[in-house]
Design a protein around this ligand. Structure first.
Ligand SMILES: Nc1ncnc2c1ncn2[C@@H]1O[C@H](COP(=O)(O)OP(=O)(O)O)[C@@H](O)[C@H]1O
Ligand SMILES: [Mg+2]
Length: 243
């Protein structure tokens, strides 16, 4: 069991998960109310919204910018069941797994968001869940960036270097697509969205993880003819990866 993620039963249905070390460093104390959109609305603390699979809320609390994400299901099953996951043990829930992996990646000095807290809400034999991470300052996902203008060859190379570092830490990214890679004002690359990601031994999966990213870029290029992604960008990325 990961003892760095503290679990506290709030009542018969809710369990709060806290990354103790991150909260100590950021000097914040998560509470269950943080996982209720009304709390932030009433406190006038919503600074933005991002629409992905679900809605992601950007909030600010005691000068700490944070991101609140509700876990939504993917694939065909989402048409029947939008957000309920199955399983009883808290340690196996999506937010517990993601917070644990973020903590591990932090210890490897990987550029990923700081995990803060999660909430597991029991429903029958399943649960709904939410996650709070620290917001990466002044960062935009690369999909959004290259929908408007090219990014530098150095930035593409840095994307490759960053994925390489993640792979060297033996982390498999389940959804390695360009919307889950961000670039900040200092041209630093960040990786996000570690739902269903895990530590994985061996090397044979690494190339297919990279191929997935290429497929997602090519798919966007067919959808948006002005998409700023060219073969030489991929070459720069691969070079960065193999440096
Ligand atoms: N820690 C973070 N800092 C800044 N922006 C974030 C962060 N986490 C998510 N975002 C933004 O919110 C969007 C959706 O978040 P993400 O975790 O990828 O969820 P999903 O893809 O399941 O909707 C991202 O594409 C990114 O633009
Ligand atoms: Mg995402």
């Amino acid at each position: 069991m990961n003892t760095q993620i503290k679990t506290t039963k709030i009542d018969t249905t809710h369990t709060l998960l806290i990354d103790i070390e991150s909260c100590r460093q950021l000097d914040i104390t998560p509470i269950a109310a943080w996982f209720n959109t009304d709390f932030w609305r009433e406190n006038n603390a919503i600074t933005g919204v991002a629409e992905g699979r679900g809605t992601t809320l950007f909030v600010e609390h005691q000068a700490q910018a944070m991101v609140l994400r509700h876990y939504c299901r993917g694939g065909m099953v989402r048409h029947l069941n939008h957000d309920i996951f199955f399983g009883f043990s808290t340690e196996h829930t999506r937010p517990f797994q993601e917070l644990s992996l973020l903590r591990y990646m932090h210890s490897c000095h990987l550029p990923v968001p700081t995990g803060i807290a999660g909430l597991v809400s029991r429903v029958g034999c399943g649960y709904r869940a939410d996650l709070v991470t620290a917001r990466i300052p002044d960062a935009t996902d690369i999909h959004q960036l290259i929908s408007q203008a090219p990014i530098s060859e150095e930035a593409w190379a840095r994307v490759g270097q960053t994925i390489k570092k993640m792979h060297q830490a033996q982390v498999y990214h389940h959804d390695l697509n360009i919307k889950n890679i961000m670039l900040d004002n200092h041209e630093q690359v960040w990786l996000i969205d570690f739902d269903k990601c895990r530590k994985q031994e061996g090397n044979e999966w690494k190339q297919s993880n990279l191929n997935r990213l290429l497929r997602s870029l090519n798919k966007q290029k067919t959808k948006f003819p002005d998409y700023c992604f060219e073969p030489q960008n991929w070459q720069a990325l691969v070079q960065g990866y193999h440096e």
